[in-house]
Write a protein that binds this ligand. Structure first.
Ligand code: PAF
Length: 280
């Protein structure tokens, strides 16, 4: 597996793979890889004969009071994980190289990015879509794989790709969970063992909403109430939002009747922000 840091090196390697008749798969990451990321890489491997993984902690998607500087940088371990999962190349640019001096171009997907995390993390999705557009331009992949755990990010990226006619197929891959049901996240390493237990209220809340939906309830307020009853029984969790949303628009709905919907939850556990979602 090759590791490159510059766009010319990346392009040369991707060109060689294309000339060898290989389709290009891409998994963008910020590093600190866990089993969830590795499953995205393995999925990309199933879809394409040459798999690029980017490792870049993107400063523009962090707010001023967020964890950019303390975000874990674990390149040596990430590299081992990428080899094991079947990646062919890691692209790990420096911030100075990747964002040209005086860069002033933004990709902003309105609407889909406005609610939920967009409300609580102003500017976050603008940073994500800008860097993902830059990465797509750099890699020129045929297919890119994103985790379902970041449900709104996935919807925002799908919309960007559609609106800007980007020639890349987006694949959503299922959330990988800890044995206790908590969604895997790079930020889980900030949690103590006790907090990891407390976080199980999140999948339990989603399961309560799902069971209510399976009992035939379509009223979003009742589905939300079922989840919130579980969340509020765990006082360590500070809820940011718990919404029943349309899967495509990410807009909260009044009823799930006739729609493809999910429950989306964000909360703080101590200083750590956790998000999760489930189809209803
Ligand atoms: O999901 C992430 O890790 C990041 O938002 C992404 C897509 C790599 C962009 O920096």
């Amino acid at each position: 597996m090759e590791v490159v840091h510059t766009i010319p090196e990346l392009r040369a390697a991707v060109d060689r793979a294309r000339q060898a008749g290989k389709a290009i798969g891409f998994v963008p990451t910020m590093g600190c890889l866990h089993e969830g990321h590795l499953s995205l890489i393995r999925r990309a491997r199933e879809e394409a004969a040459f798999v690029v993984v980017s490792i870049f902690v993107n400063p523009t998607q962090f707010g001023p009071n967020e964890d950019f500087s303390k975000y874990p940088r674990t390149f040596a371990e990430d590299r081992v994980g990428c080899v094991a999962a079947g990646a062919d190349l890691i692209f790990a640019p420096t911030t100075a190289d990747f964002y040209p001096v005086g860069a002033s171009t933004w990709v902003d997907v309105e609407g889909v990015s406005a609610r939920l995390c967009g409300e609580f993390r102003p500017g976050h999705f603008r940073g994500v879509t800008t860097v993902v557009a830059m990465l797509f331009n750099a890699v020129q992949a045929d297919v890119a794989v994103f985790g379902r755990k970041d449900l709104q990010q996935l919807a925002v990226i799908r919309r960007m790709v559609r609106d800007l006619h980007m020639p890349v197929r987006i694949i959503a891959h299922e959330t990988v969970r800890e044995p206790n049901g908590v969604a895997m996240s790079s930020r889980n390493r900030y949690l103590s063992a006790e907090q990891l237990m407390q976080a199980t209220a999140i999948p339990a809340a989603m399961a309560a909403a799902k069971a209510t939906a399976q009992a035939g309830i379509t009223d979003a307020a009742r589905l939300r109430d079922a989840a919130q009853a579980v969340l509020s029984a765990q006082p360590a969790l500070k809820l940011q939002y718990c919404e029943i949303v349309d899967l495509e628009t990410m807009v909260p709905v009044a009823s799930t009747s006739g729609l493809r919907c999910a429950i989306a939850i964000a909360c703080h556990l101590g200083a750590t922000r956790l998000i999760d979602n489930a189809d209803l």
